[in-house]
Design a protein around this ligand. Structure first.
Ligand code: HEC
Ligand code: HEC
Ligand code: HEC
Ligand code: HEC
Ligand code: HEC
Ligand code: HEC
Length: 653
């Protein structure tokens, strides 16, 4: 049973190590250089494959743990006990995979401990976070007796065994809560999930599909490990599991189609789009076919059919999670997100790593009731190349072979990153709309520790004590988004007409006193080079003007040419909080968001510190209010309808 090179197990492990190697290299790059380089994610599509696969599907694969634990301990179907340990182990590793997946996905993973101290009981994500932490602990405790047994700690085993039943009960409760709360997470984002997948019933659908998935997963696990270890599959148990899975799959299928009908979205099934095709594929391959294989008596006689059905339903139900969490979610943002190969490699690598840990446990602990039978030789030609290696650490499948596989994988991983760097396209442009003059409602603080609120209004009459004043609506190209800014009120606060302008307007067109920021900070996210060579050469007299910037012998670069300030000094009056970063070439303006945050948030933060009244002027929601700019987001406090546009300000051509 050792993983000698040349055995099935040895080859499998080498492949797994290879995949782990790829993921490790990509993972290191992800932490050193960030998500932008290693993923196709963006500010608008922040959730993709990792959330869909590692997190949602990882949790779902773990469903086998609670399903089998319930079958054995609650329903007292003792014959399934032989599957229990492996199922609990898989569940545990599934959850570890979830945590690993989250750690690469989170922009600031070092903040992960926060939900333990800062409670947000109204947040679905908060429930998810707690369920993961608690259930991971429960699973570790459920599996602990097996480890203690392996270490021959009889007393510890006896002690831990006493808690088995309460742990199982808590585990089932947590698991059901968690499976469904993952669905809840997407219920609150109706505009984000594609209508083929969005449903108010998502929590229920997630729970039901988790039960079916759990049953199939345990069958798949039993089949693959018997293949690996050359054992006779436990066909009677697999038969039982698949028989139980059939009605669950049927209920799930009916619910999904019924729900689509009830929401009046059945017509979407006839729209020719790749999402429709994908939806049909997901249901057909993942649910309908396995359902037939599991339930038709003539088919059930063939064991292979049951095995194939189990594999298909696992694939289909995992796909469901990927679709809701990743693809349909991303499709909603209209960005056409396609996961990068580097992203995929991390997902696959995490699964491979968990499989290696699983095999390690299987070989060293009693995960199955009887010890696995010794493996017979299995030698496809290509493994002959490496089969001469001596075995040092048997669990590694031949340490040297594994090390070799890992290294090859790591090199391939770096290659993937390199290929991505070479192909990386410019970010999609998001041109800034010019600021618009609007009427806004100034609502005075309703309690101590809050500041004035600004809301868009459709009416010229303000309900007292609110007043109507003119403001700027500034924002990106999307309707319904944007930030309200009381331009005049801020001017007054900062010294009035003559003085205040330079506090914010730091660079201007020639002869201007205060140029609209959008004239230079032209893209919401990307930087813009404001320098136009052509225009300067023309304005400065063509060939006669070259010397004004290019001294003889000087390099024809930005650094080598006459500094911009020499001619633009009078226009460039740096305002507070807008100090240029020395790392960018002269004249390259940061994205609009960074420019605005650099100006607004910096000053508001100072104001927060100065007043220390807890009004939170630098918190996101102070400026980005739901409903403040036309009622985007649910439950917004702003009035609906079209905003009153007073005028549209001009921009630089
Ligand atoms: C003091 C006001 C202020 C605060 C506080 C603030 N922002 Fe902004 N933000 C703006 C302004 C102004 C813009 C530019 C207008 C726009 O593009 O909507 C902007 C733009 C953005 C954009 C790009 C535009 C878009 O809608 O995609 C994002 C994303 C954003 N902010 C996120 C945040 C987040 C997250 C926080 C909290 C950490 C935050 N902001 C805090 C004022 C603020
Ligand atoms: C607190 C910062 C701040 C101060 C002070 C300030 N502005 Fe602005 N101004 C802005 C911002 C932010 C915008 C909108 C963003 C954009 O233009 O893209 C803006 C826009 C403008 C615009 C174009 C939009 C419009 O209303 O037509 C003009 C013109 C302007 N400001 C002139 C002035 C003048 C003149 C002063 C001094 C009396 C001044 N500003 C003071 C921040 C400021
Ligand atoms: C004429 C072009 C121009 C206009 C108009 C302009 N900026 Fe800039 N801005 C730049 C350039 C170029 C830079 C890069 C630094 C530099 O060269 O000064 C910059 C840098 C900044 C920075 C510093 C960003 C960083 O991280 O270093 C902030 C903040 C900023 N601008 C805010 C504003 C605001 C707010 C307005 C409008 C009130 C505005 N800018 C108007 C050209 C402009
Ligand atoms: C306003 C100042 C200015 C004037 C006038 C000017 N240049 Fe330049 N030139 C620059 C700057 C700044 C760069 C660096 C460009 C960059 O970094 O994008 C540059 C770059 C160049 C380059 C190398 C970049 C390239 O595109 O290969 C050449 C060649 C050049 N200038 C030739 C000329 C000639 C010829 C004239 C007169 C017709 C001229 N320049 C007028 C400022 C100027
Ligand atoms: C030798 C003097 C000179 C130098 C050096 C110079 N500029 Fe200019 N710049 C001008 C003149 C003159 C104009 C007016 C062009 C026009 O009207 O089309 C101008 C226009 C501009 C404009 C267009 C704004 C408007 O008025 O429409 C921008 C932006 C600008 N310059 C940025 C830069 C940057 C960035 C640099 C440094 C890399 C630079 N300039 C260096 C003379 C200069
Ligand atoms: C130089 C300092 C400064 C800058 C820059 C600044 N603010 Fe303010 N802002 C203030 C102060 C001070 C208040 C008043 C806070 C209070 O009374 O609690 C305020 C209040 C506000 C309010 C509440 C409504 C009001 O006017 O009383 C909003 C909304 C707001 N700012 C948005 C912005 C946005 C958006 C920007 C950037 C475009 C910005 N502010 C830039 C200082 C600043």
């Amino acid at each position: 049973m050792s993983g000698r090179p040349g055995t099935r197990l040895g080859v499998t492990k080498a492949v797994l190590w290879l995949l782990v190697g790829v993921a490790a290299a990509v993972g290191v790059v992800r932490y050193l250089l960030g998500l932008g380089l290693t993923t196709s994610l963006s500010d608008r599509t922040p959730w993709g494959l990792w959330i869909g696969f590692d997190v949602l599907a990882g949790v779902a694969l773990a469903a086998g743990g609670f399903v089998i634990a319930g079958t054995v301990h609650v329903l007292h179907l003792e014959r399934y006990r032989s599957l229990l340990r492996a199922a609990v182990l898989t569940a545990f590793l599934g959850y570890v995979a979830v945590v690993l997946g989250l750690m690469v996905d989170l922009g600031r993973p070092w903040n992960i401990w926060r939900p333990t101290l800062f409670w947000q009981p109204h947040s679905a994500l908060f429930e998810v976070a707690w369920c993961v932490m608690l259930y991971l602990t429960v699973l570790a405790l459920e599996f602990a007796p097996v480890v203690a047994e392996g270490l021959r700690l009889a007393r510890v085993v006896a002690f831990l065994r006493r808690f088995t039943l309460p742990l199982v009960v808590v585990g089932i409760a947590l698991s059901s809560l968690h499976q469904s709360s993952l669905g809840t997470l997407f219920v609150i984002a109706p505009h984000r999930v594609h209508p083929l997948w969005y449903s108010p019933l998502l929590p229920l659908l997630f729970l039901i599909s988790a039960v079916a998935l759990g049953l199939s997963m345990v069958a798949v696990e039993s089949l693959s490990s018997s293949w690996l270890f050359h054992r006779e599959p436990e066909w009677d148990l697999i038969g039982g599991l698949t028989r139980a899975a059939a009605p669950v799959l049927a209920a799930y299928l009916l619910l999904r189609l019924g729900d689509l009908g009830a929401r009046g979205q059945l017509r979407l099934l006839f729209e020719p789009s790749w999402l429709t095709a994908w939806f049909v594929l997901e249901l057909a391959v993942g649910v309908v076919v396995p359902l037939l294989l599991f339930s038709l008596p003539s088919v059930r006689r063939h064991r292979r059919a049951l095995g194939a059905g189990a594999f298909l339903s696992v694939a289909g139900l995992v796909l469901y999670r990927i679709d809701v969490g990743g693809l349909a979610h991303a499709a909603g943002s209209g960005d056409g997100y396609v996961p990068a190969l580097t992203e995929l490699s991390i997902s696959v690598g995490i699964v491979a790593a968990m499989a290696l840990v699983f095999l390690f446990f299987v070989e060293h602990l009693r995960v199955w009731d009887e010890p696995p039978a010794p493996a017979s030789r299995f030698r496809p030609a290509f493994t002959d190349l490496v089969s001469g290696v001596r075995v040092r650490a048997p669990w590694m499948g031949g340490a040297r072979l594994s090390a070799l596989a890992f290294t090859v994988g790591a090199v391939a991983g770096l290659g993937l990153v390199q290929a991505r760097v070479a192909r990386r396209s410019e970010p999609r442009p998001f041109p800034v709309s010019p600021p618009r003059s609007v009427l806004a409602l100034r609502v005075p603080p309703h309690a101590a520790g809050t500041a004035d609120r600004l809301l868009l209004t459709t009416s010229l009459v303000a309900p007292a004590p609110a007043v109507v004043e003119s403001a700027l609506l500034i924002g990106g190209p999307e309707p319904g988004k944007g930030v309200l800014f009381a331009h005049a009120a801020h001017q007054a606060r900062l010294g009035g007409t003559g003085v205040s302008c330079v506090r914010c307007h730091h660079r201007n067109r020639r002869g201007d006193r205060a140029t609209s920021c959008a004239a230079c900070h032209r893209d919401v996210h990307a930087r813009t080079d404001t320098f136009s060579h052509e225009r300067h050469a023309a304005a400065l007299g063509g060939n006669d003007g070259c010397v004004r910037c290019h001294a003889a012998g000087a390099a024809r670069t930005r650094e080598g040419s006459t500094p911009c300030e020499t001619c633009h000094g009078r226009d460039a009056r740096l305002g507070t909080g807008t100090a240029p970063a020395a790392t960018r070439p002269a004249g390259v303006a940061v994205g609009y968001r960074d420019a605005m945050h650099g100006l607004c948030v910096a000053c508001h933060r100072q104001e927060d510190v100065r007043r220390s009244d807890g009004a939170g002027r630098s918190r996101c929601a102070f400026c980005h209010r739901a409903g403040s700019a036309g009622g985007s987001g649910g439950g917004g406090s702003g009035p609906g309808g079209d905003p009153v546009l007073v005028a549209r300000a001009g921009t630089m051509p």
